[in-house]
Design a protein. Structure first.
Length: 450
């Protein structure tokens, strides 16, 4: 598989793709490694995970530069991503010795629950955030006593392969954390179908997520799905308009809009709609798009030609829009774009474009804002801009989304749970309960009656 630099279209590496036989061998190795890992003392497992975190910390710049080349991420974002892997490993390591069951009051004896590892976990990671999302599943799964086989996206396998090397250098046992690059229809399918894979963690499109869920159902296999999004950015007239405008561009342009949490549906109260657009236009025009390795760049290219063509298909030439600029020549470039004057049910207003494109839609009142915010099949994230605390609470409760921010666009913190409503996914990742998602609860009753 050729790995292309999205900014130049040059081949930066060629990686062999795994076959079904490779998956079988990897799973067999993982089963053996997991048994020993689960039997190890919790303190020893925690210590090794912290060593893994330290190894990542020592190679943040190397991993970031690799991410720039294979994914086209800006160097600042890539450094954050590598650092996030380190932080996730540290956070998960802290949970190893605190993963405890409960003692439940019952008559006639003592009842306790035990949290036991599931076995071997298959993590299928996406190309939009290759490092952190791979770690979302890998770190807590390892901490809970499982082995992990990670299949990175076909376009972005390089950072995953390097992380596997760092894990071995840190002292993690052979076979415990393996990376298998490969085609989704071959390596991914074999991983999902394998009888000895206890759970699949998948991040990607809703269409593929449904297929994986169906395959997992054949073996009643556990699955966590983090799928698409079409997140609203709701701006009320009483909001700090300058702050809302200043934050709006990067809420959907970060990572070139290739973010399932991107606030691509900007809903603005009608009385301030025109003023919002006046302020937004220069903010969009000023976004620096270019070489992702340049420290000043704010937005890089899209991941591939296929993705570029998809984004273009959603932007009719005759649609009124605010537009920024993008480089010409080689690379998969698309300018920052905000469409106006669209109907609320226009394809670009309801479909996940996964590019640097947003729409602005006016609303009349609080009820109208909630109606528009919920008028998609997705429910992953969103933002609410208002000075009214009561309104912030009411709207937060009414919007069907798993992650909301008030006067902010933050969606992901490794300390807090992350996941979606409706067709945005199934299950939750991250947060204090992340490890328990990779365990089986066993109930044990001990009679005390003579």
């Amino acid at each position: 598989m050729d790995v292309l630099n999205p900014a130049t279209e040059e081949v930066v590496a060629t990686v062999p793709g795994a076959t079904a036989a490779d998956v079988d061998r990897a799973v067999a190795d993982a089963v053996r490694a997991q048994r020993a890992w689960a039997a190890a003392a919790p303190a020893d497992r925690a210590r090794l995970l912290r060593r893994f975190a330290a190894a990542v910390d020592g190679h943040v710049e190397e991993l970031a530069r690799l991410e720039v080349r294979e994914a086209g991420h800006t160097i600042g974002n890539a450094r954050w991503e590598a650092g996030n892997v380190r932080d996730l490993l540290d956070y998960a390591a802290g949970g190893v010795e605190r993963l405890a069951g409960r003692q439940i009051p019952v008559p006639g004896g003592l009842d306790v629950t035990l949290l036991e590892p599931l076995g071997v976990i298959g993590v299928i990671a996406p190309w939009n955030f290759p490092m952190p999302i791979a770690a979302w599943g890998t770190a807590p799964a390892l901490a809970a006593g499982n082995a992990v086989i990670l299949k990175p996206a076909e376009t972005t396998p390089l950072t995953a392969l390097r992380l596997a090397e760092l894990a071995l250098e840190a002292g993690l046992p052979e076979g415990l954390f393996q990376v298998l690059p490969g085609r989704g229809g071959l390596a991914g399918d074999a991983l999902v179908r394998h009888r000895d894979i206890a759970k699949i963690v998948f991040t990607g499109s809703t269409r593929i997520g449904k297929q994986i869920m169906s395959l997992c159902a054949e073996r009643v296999k556990r699955v966590t799905l983090e799928l698409g999004g079409k997140s609203p950015n709701i701006v009320f007239a009483d909001a700090d308009l300058d702050a809302a405008v200043a934050a709006a561009p990067m809420s959907f342009l970060d990572n070139s809009g290739q973010d399932c949490c991107a606030r691509t549906r900007i809903l603005v109260e009608r009385s301030v709609h025109d003023r919002f657009l006046e302020l937004l236009a220069p903010a969009i025009e000023s976004v620096v798009v270019g070489d992702p390795a340049d420290e000043k760049t704010q937005m890089g290219p899209l991941i591939s030609k296929t993705q570029l063509e998809r984004v273009r298909s959603y932007v009719p030439e005759d649609t009124p829009a605010l537009r920024g600029s993008a480089p010409e020549g080689p690379g998969f470039w698309f300018p920052p774009t905000v469409l106006t004057g669209l109907a609320p049910d226009a394809p670009c207003a309801v479909d996940e474009v996964f590019g640097p494109v947003a729409v602005v839609l006016p609303f009349d009142d609080e009820a109208d804002a909630i109606r528009l915010a919920n008028a998609t099949e997705y429910g992953l994230s969103g933002s609410i801009w208002t000075r009214d605390v009561g309104r912030a609470i009411r709207v937060s409760r009414a919007v069907a989304a798993g992650n909301l921010s008030v006067n902010s666009h933050s969606s992901v913190r490794y300390w807090t749970p992350f996941g979606g409503y409706k067709q945005s996914g199934l299950g939750r990742e991250l947060g204090p309960d992340a490890l328990t998602a990779f365990t089986e609860t066993k109930n044990v009753f001990i009679s005390t009656e003579a």
